[in-house]
Design a protein around this ligand. Sequence first.
Ligand code: ADP
Ligand code: MG
Length: 258
Amino acid sequence: MSQPTQQRTESDSDVVLETQGVTKTFGGLTAVDDVDLAVEAGEIVGLIGPNGAGKSTLFNCITGTLTPDDGEIVLHGTTVTGKPEYEIAREGLGRMFQHTRVYGEMTVMRNMLVSAKRDGGIGSVLRRPSEEAREQATELLQYVGLWGLRDVRAGRMSFGQQKLLEFAMALMAEPDVLLMDEPAGGINPSMLNKLIEYIRSANTDREVTIFLIEHNMDFVMEVADRIYVLAHGEKIAEGPPAEIQENDRVLDAYLGRE
Ligand code: ADP
Ligand code: MG
């Protein structure tokens, strides 16, 4: 890299999210090992690798849930390493978790309203949801086909419907970049096709850059423009889906031959 990241201007690069030499250890285990990657505005980028490869840990380092032992996280050209989660979120990073996190006792609509973008301060937490938030929630629920279930308690919906709700909740904050950890995990094939459609339209119509971890190979090969592969915490490959599918190191990693 010829220039320090901080000096980069908009015209130099469309990179919205970057990890530079990110390392995270747990005791003696190096879960993420010196990982460099970059996601450009408008891309759908996949992150794959065998179980335990360090994918979720890397996501947690990016979102500020964990602090890396080494390396930097750069969002919109600014280093955010070590900042608290809510600040990183406020700078435009959204996320969906591997294990669905809707509020089961609240209605679908209420789940949406508590996910609205806040202008900060205690006042915004106590204030009634704005008309704007209601309109946005209505539009998003219609978009993911959950409008008819708006008054149902979220915990009563199917797992797939909860995933869609979580997706709509993430969009309430209007993220520039959305990190999704195994969005297709545990959902049925027809819901899977819907999810692909929604991810694509969020990407094109709402201009959300997508960075997703996925276990389902067909899904990730179909939806991603570009893929990074982790094994034992290290980045072992990157490229378009067609290349990744034929990459010997990737095959070896998945077959446990590494
Ligand atoms: P992946 O998401 O690729 O399946 P993870 O990032 O969840 O992998 O885990 C990477 C490695 O780090 C695994 O060996 C896992 O057991 C370990 N690990 C993850 N989180 C913790 C933690 N909080 N404490 C200790 N070890 C952890
Ligand atoms: Mg994981």
